[in-house]
Design a protein around this ligand. Sequence first.
Ligand code: HEM
Length: 402
Amino acid sequence: MSTRKLSKALKILTSDKCMVATSDYNDFHKMVKRHVLTNVLGANAQKRHRSQRDTMRENVASRLHAHVNNSPQEAINFREIFESELFGIALKQAIGKDIEDSINVEELGTTLSRDDIFKVLVNDMMDGAIEVDWRDFFPYLRWVPNKTIENNMKRLSRRRIAVMNVLIEEQKKRIASGEELNCYTDYLLSEAKTLTPEQITMLIWETIIETADTTLVTTEWAMYELAKDQKKQDRLFEEIQNVCGTDKVTEEHLSQMPYLGAVFHETLRKDSPVPIVPLRYVHEDTQLGGYYVPAGTEIAINIYGCNMDKNRWESPEEWKPERFLEPKHDPMDLYKTMAFGAGKRVCAGSLQAMLIVCTSIGRLVQEFEWKLRHGEEENVATVGLTTRKLHPMHAILKPRNW
Ligand code: HEM
């Protein structure tokens, strides 16, 4: 049951399954998953991209300090800063560099700023992915035209491809001038000879959208929970002080900080960023948990439901990192909440997500005391394909002396 079935909207937005995450389970999937792990997301690739993550943490910390220095009483919109820095990492991994100026997209007859590009490549696509075409639910009526949704998806897709083509053309010129960078574009252009230009464009874009969203969602929820619960935040700060002393939190410290790991896992459990695994499609008759599952069945795995099951978790509605400190939990086991799925289609980005989320939370709590803005506690609604907070968290920060 390792293949995917897509909605009409997703078929258009993924250029008919032309991504690792949405492809059928076949040779194409195996090849492109190997490519993304080799150059971007696998353990060795992540070592090579290490300095980008370190730079990101420094940038986030200094932007937060700048805000506190200028307006200490004013609540900060954490998402604005974190999202922008995360997009920077996504671009560096994908095309080798961040976007500093605006770019001219001739095909669209316009010039786009970095924020506009983020919207075209990430936000518009996330919104498009949850467009509901009623024909998905009544396949025997698929012949009835529904041009509004179809045209809208085609427009979004065309804009995304136009922007990606400009970014990739710039990199081709750079490579032709003799400047090579450690990034997915350089790798695919030189190694993936059997892929078409359209496939290469889609695969490069895929790493951008995947880096830019779920990691933000997880970090924002974790900071919300910590800012809401002073005692748990103090406990984490104490652990950071004991382990890091006067050094800044780095990736080397992670294995010595079980409470930080527990904060990560508990956030994935209670605020699962991908609450339902992208639909799996059964391509061969099979057995699952003693049940016969015929080929052609679509399976939706409700991770949120599993993680809120009272028979498995005590008081599941409470955010309690302590539950992950029990000896039965191995802190490096990324799959105890199933937040990253499992099996052949397991998330390829779990290591990157863990490294960025954990070190960011550690550094943010090391630098500042976090308190939610008045009235912020009630803002728990979510919106979108992932569990993005509907209202970005606003917190008041107080620099710590450490
Ligand atoms: C906390 C952050 C993240 C969560 C919770 C998450 C969750 C998931 C889930 C549930 C799946 C489907 C797994 C299945 O069907 O069993 C998935 C697939 C995938 N994810 Fe993630 N993800 C995260 C971060 C990332 C990042 C940062 C990247 C890459 C930059 C990424 C890349 C992928 C890819 C390529 C797949 C498709 C794998 C395949 O189909 O073989 N993910 N993710």
